[in-house]
Design a protein around this ligand. Structure first.
Ligand code: ATP
Ligand code: MG
Length: 437
């Protein structure tokens, strides 16, 4: 099919909310960033929508990347023509010719006169366009209710757009337009998907991973960085905090509360995550928990574990079934990495019968019986290494932040503007302003 442009539509909330211009700017910058591998493509920002002029760039590849622009609900490849009757009819007939409809295909024309200066109204245009189409394509049957082809004609002052395809976009809110959170990222299937969902809703994310080196291997850490890199490719950048968890895990194991070990570990993780979130001005903790999946994800466990933090715990997958999570992991490109076999810290010292309904008093008592727990938690936060991943890069060329840089808090009123188009040298998406990542 021979299309000139792609039309991108925002979600209702995005265009109606009071932050409309901020949202639109963030989406515009995100589109520019993901199109950096397609230098001839040009992004045009209009009130309430975006267009991408292809200028010879490949349609399908471009649509593929646009499907991951947050805040865009739908995408249509369009033909553009002059806002005059003859060229509009010609373009509609041409589009139908390219679609080559089979015998009995149902169709209708949906014309919309957005520019009131155009001499023919929407209803009249439906007839003016469908008559010549039906003359040329006798195999078509009109069906105004549920046609196989809905030929849309949108008449605007500058141009008229003719199209029929509507591709689903990522939806959600534009990149980083809804504040900042931290994502607890394991090497499993669920947490990368939870991270994608949080990004899709406009959250800006740092990832936090707990490792038990040397009990867990360097390859296991690399796997997590590779997963974070996939998310960074969607988000522009991502900071990953690698927390040394060995001492805490070993100490909790020694405390002898075998069946509570997972509960105690999860609570320690949340306390560490809370401190890192504070340093980063993040206001939520995102996890890949899914109700009932394992002992630590029963309602009873979630309740006792969740009390270890004052921050809201966001669990995008809490009601999502595993098969659906797997499908999404495949769609976003994390599944193949997640199923690599390297061990996770939580598979160490796995108790024989982990509590599915732990008692908060007993758990708190167990924690009080380890007086050095606070110090261990503090040491883990201090020993955390932060790694900055950039879209299009690899963990090998990531920047490792340490000391002062690592702890530098970001201001909470930082702009929502995010990534700018890569420069001529092919450099990948970089932040447009300051160091808000
Ligand atoms: P996942 O597939 O995300 O690993 P899971 O089904 O294996 O999830 P759990 O191992 O119980 O579930 O972990 C629940 C959640 O706790 C994870 O989704 C993740 O958010 C967090 N989590 C678990 N282990 C780690 C870790 N080592 N580092 C960071 N977060 C973790
Ligand atoms: Mg896991």
């Amino acid at each position: 099919m021979d299309y000139d442009m792609i039309l991108l539509r925002y979600g209702e909330i995005t265009i109606k909310g009071k932050n409309r211009s901020k949202f639109e700017k963030a989406a515009y910058q995100h589109v520019n960033a993901v199109l950096s591998p397609f230098p001839k493509a040009k992004v045009i920002k209009e009130y309430g929508r975006l267009y991408v002029e292809l200028n010879g760039e490949p349609l399908n590849e471009v649509i593929q990347v646009l499907k991951h622009v947050f805040g865009i609900v739908s995408i249509s490849p369009v033909k553009r023509t002059l806002s005059e009757l003859e060229p509009i009819i010609e373009t509609a007939v041409q589009l139908m010719r390219e679609m080559d409809p089979a015998e009995g295909t149902t169709f209708k024309v949906s014309a919309k006169r957005a520019w009131k200066g155009f001499p023919h109204g929407s209803q009249e245009m439906n007839h003016l366009v469908s008559a010549p189409v039906l003359r040329e394509f006798e195999q078509l049957k009109v069906d105004v209710r549920k046609p196989a082809i809905d030929l849309r004609v949108e008449v605007r002052e500058e141009w008229t757009y003719v199209y029929s395809e509507v591709v689903q976009g990522a939806g959600g809110f534009p990149l980083a337009s809804n504040g900042r959170g931290v994502l607890l990222l394991s090497g499993g299937i669920d947490s990368p998907v939870a991270g994608y969902e949080a990004l899709r809703k406009g959250l800006q994310l740092d990832a936090i991973h707990f490792h038990s080196y040397p009990f867990t291997s360097e390859r296991a850490q690399r796997k997590v960085l590779d997963l974070a890199q996939v998310l960074a490719n969607y988000a522009g950048r991502m900071r990953v905090h690698m927390v040394p968890f060995t001492d805490i895990q070993t100490r909790l194991h020694q405390s002898g509360h075998d069946n509570l070990l997972i509960t105690l570990m999860r609570r320690a993780m949340l306390r560490i995550a809370t401190q890192i979130a504070e340093q980063r001005n993040a206001l939520a903790i995102v996890t890949g928990d899914s109700l009932g999946q394992v002992a630590s994800q029963t309602l009873g466990s979630m309740n006792v574990i969740g009390r270890a933090t004052d921050l809201p715990l966001l669990r995008p997958l809490v009601t999502v079934d595993k098969d659906k999570i797997i499908r999404e992991a495949e769609y976003i490109g994390t599944y193949e990495l997640s199923i690599l076999p390297y061990e996770d810290c939580c598979t160490l010292f796995v108790p024989k019968s982990p509590a599915t309904n732990p008692n908060l008093n007993i758990v708190e008592h167990a924690e009080r019986s380890i007086p050095e727990l606070d110090d261990l938690i503090k040491a883990a936060v201090e020993g955390t290494e932060a790694i900055l991943l950039k879209a299009g890069g690899t963990p090998d060329d990531a920047i490792v932040l340490s000391g002062k840089d690592k702890d530098k808090a970001v201001s909470s009123n930082e702009p929502a503007s995010v990534v700018k188009k890569a420069n001529e040298s092919g450099e990948q998406a970089a932040p447009a302003t300051g160091d808000w990542f």
